[in-house]
Design a protein around this ligand. Structure first.
Ligand code: HEM
Length: 140
């Protein structure tokens, strides 16, 4: 009996802990995802550390911006389909260093601050992006 009530308490506690909504919904759905992506790209493009990745046509930049939004939407559990290239393919040959990845992480974190994504949601968002590191950074 005692064991059963402990089990019940643990089950209820973990049910309470577990967010029922997706991260996509918790951050504020597509508008929020789009704002995060725009802030992130604004930061990246203003940072001299990323100058070597510029020099693409306006249309290519627009395409990549939209693909980033779709990808973040899908990654956080939203209804979007990411139809871009695999991360390994899109970044292959760019030889992205650990230092560049670290700077990238700071820009993502700053973009989340600017769009008021905090606490557990922010941590979860950053962890999802971090899960792509291996595919994006250099093997070349
Ligand atoms: C240091 C970090 C990063 C750098 C320097 C970087 C750089 C680039 C560059 C230069 C391209 C264009 C490639 C080309 O078309 O020739 C690209 C494409 C792309 N990147 Fe990144 N990237 C970084 C991190 C990320 C992260 C963290 C994400 C996702 C959260 C991401 C998502 C994408 C997407 C969706 C595309 C477009 C793929 C396609 O064209 O099909 N990138 N990136």
């Amino acid at each position: 009996m005692r064991f059963a009530s402990i089990l019940l308490a643990v089950t209820l506690a973990s049910a309470q802990d577990k967010p029922t909504k997706s991260l996509y919904e918790r951050v504020g759905r597509y508008d929020a995802i789009a704002a995060i992506a725009d802030e992130y790209l604004k930061g990246i493009r203003a940072d001299p550390q990323f100058t070597r990745f510029t020099g693409r046509s306006a249309d290519s930049l627009k395409r990549a911006r939209q693909l980033l939004k779709d990808q973040l939407c899908a990654l956080t559990g939203g209804p979007c389909e990411y139809v871009g290239r695999e991360m390994e393919t899109a970044h292959g040959g760019l030889a992205i260093t650990d230092a560049e990845w670290e700077a990238n992480r700071k820009h993502m974190s700053a973009a989340l601050d600017k769009t008021n994504i905090t606490g557990r949601d922010k941590e979860e968002f950053l962890a999802l992006v971090e899960s792509l590191k291996k595919q994006i950074t250099a093997r070349q």
